[in-house]
Write a protein that binds this ligand. Structure first.
Ligand SMILES: [Zn+2]
Length: 490
């Protein structure tokens, strides 16, 4: 049963752009270095140090904005967002306030499991800003003090803000998965959540129908969402919590301010935090040290031309040109472009797109998972897998023994002919197969009687016996021949 309310969700995603150096200085952005070894007067905010924009970060942001179908204004500028926090020694973060570098875009999401229809999720804006440092709370070591690591201060982030168009945790998760896929396809971020390259905050409230009118619960911003699973769980929890609270307090919603709550993954609940600042609290003002940035139509066109084939277009092509199901196309595309390229090479060389898809999405993916392999390091090349599929189609390799051949080829990186020889697989001559079936029918009159009585499952015993006599027989062919012979007056 659907709940008696609509869950209204908007997401704010911070993506670390894949640059070598920071947004306004030349310090490295490499993850995992010793604390405070990747800093300079600019990113720790020494008086008089002047920032210079990293052109590469701007190009990556532009590429992302174009891929998200955003409007790109000809002029954008930098603003100081002022607040005090120990990990922000400058006392302000350089961000973009009233003239973001892009706005009014969208991303389309769909669900291969059909839990919701395909829909377009609006993007309010995507803007550039610099990251703050990181506080390290060493409570585990029994110390009460905290330390600050400024290596991350000044790292380029793209903040992507969605419209509140999402209506369930499943839609929110699908949006994040599609966004991550898009960002990795166009190569603007590694989207590694463990390293903080992709961070998510969620805004959620409920629209409740009551006494013929609609009321809305106060919007809650949920922080500390460290995985897509956490996003899903936190949203489900928060929707239920808000509904319970509304039931308890009745109609007295009033104009409660927006709240901030933190997700506790271990406890599986959200807890109240300080209330959310209004943007006026930040006293934004234009950064006097940085010139506005202009973007020409030629630059936008160049960014668009550099995108390559996006995941949605690739799915459509696999469905329309190769005849794959929406589900199969989704499985392939979600694995990333290198796997799709491997698949396309196999399909092209063996001439059977569906068989190639089955082998890649089942056997290849399983072998990759078991061996902890990437497709780039996968020992069975696309031409060799195509050779295996072709051998099955020619009848040189019986279907039931093809997995053995796959394993041999994988383990010793051989071609299919050599694997067939190694396994002693021989092609079964059609007349010999008919003779074998004739003998089996003659030796099993009871089974023949069962088949004649319409008990088709009796055929299984004959196929079993045939395989025992010759492991190379094709069970489907044995079934067909036995049926024909039994019908033909057996
Ligand atoms: Zn620096």
């Amino acid at each position: 049963m659907s709940p008696p309310y609509a869950t209204v969700i908007g997401l704010e995603v911070h993506v670390q752009l894949a640059t070598q150096s920071k947004l306004f200085c030349r310090c490295s952005t490499r993850f995992g270095a010793e604390p405070n070894t990747q800093t300079c007067p600019v990113c720790i905010g020494m008086p008089g140090a002047l920032p210079v924009m990293n052109r590469r970060a701007y190009e990556l942001a532009l590429k992302t904005a174009v891929a998200l179908n955003c409007r790109i204004p000809p002029l954008t500028k930098w603003d100081r967002k002022q607040y005090y926090y120990p990990d922000l020694p400058k006392g302000y973060q350089i961000s973009q306030y009233d003239l973001p570098m892009s706005s009014d875009g969208y991303l389309e999401i769909s669900d291969p499991k059909d839990r919701f229809p395909p829909k377009r999720i609006g993007i309010i804006r995507a803007h550039l800003e610099e990251d703050a440092g990181k506080s390290i709370h060493d409570e585990a070591a029994g110390k009460a003090d905290s330390e600050i690591d400024l290596n991350r201060a000044g790292t380029p982030l793209l903040e992507i803000v969605s419209e509140p168009d999402l209506r369930s945790s499943a839609e929110a998760k699908a949006f994040l998965q599609e966004l991550r896929l898009l960002l990795t396809y166009i190569g603007v971020s590694d989207c590694n959540m463990q390293e903080g390259s992709l961070r998510v905050d969620a805004n959620v409230n409920l629209h409740i129908e009551t006494d013929g009118r609609q009321v809305a619960t106060p919007i809650v911003e949920i922080k500390n969402l460290n995985s897509f699973r956490a996003v899903e769980r936190a949203l489900d929890y928060e929707a239920q919590r808000q509904y319970r609270q509304w039931q308890q307090t009745g109609q007295k919603l009033g104009d409660a301010p927006k709240q901030t709550r933190g997700w506790d993954d271990a406890a599986g609940l959200t807890r109240g935090q300080r209330s959310k600042e209004e943007s006026s609290d930040y006293r934004y003002f234009p950064d006097p040290d940085l010139a506005p940035v202009t973007t020409t139509p030629e630059q936008v066109a160049a960014a668009r031309a550099s995108l390559g084939e996006l995941p949605a277009a690739l799915r459509s092509r696999l469905i329309s040109e190769l005849g794959l199901s929406a589900y199969d196309a989704d499985v392939l595309v979600n694995q990333g472009r290198p796997l799709v390229d491997y698949y396309l090479a196999v399909a092209d060389q063996c001439g059977d797109a569906k068989a190639a898809c089955n082998w890649v999405t089942q056997d290849v993916l399983r072998a990759m998972k078991d061996g902890g392999l990437s497709i780039e390091s996968f020992p069975l090349s696309a031409p060799r897998l195509a050779g295996l599929i072709s051998a099955i189609r020619r009848g040189d390799l019986p279907g039931p023994r093809s997995r053995e051949a796959f394993e041999v080829m994988l383990a010793s990186s051989r071609d299919v002919e050599s694997a067939i020889a190694e396994l002693g697989i021989e092609k079964v001559d059609e007349s010999a197969l008919v003779e074998l079936c004739r003998e089996l029918l003659a030796a099993n009159p009871r089974i023949v009687a069962d088949i004649e009585a319409g008990k088709m499952q009796a055929l299984g015993a004959l196929i079993g016996q045939a395989k025992k006599r010759n492991p190379n027989v094709d069970p489907n062919r044995v079934r067909e021949i036995c049926l024909e012979l039994a019908k033909g007056g057996g």
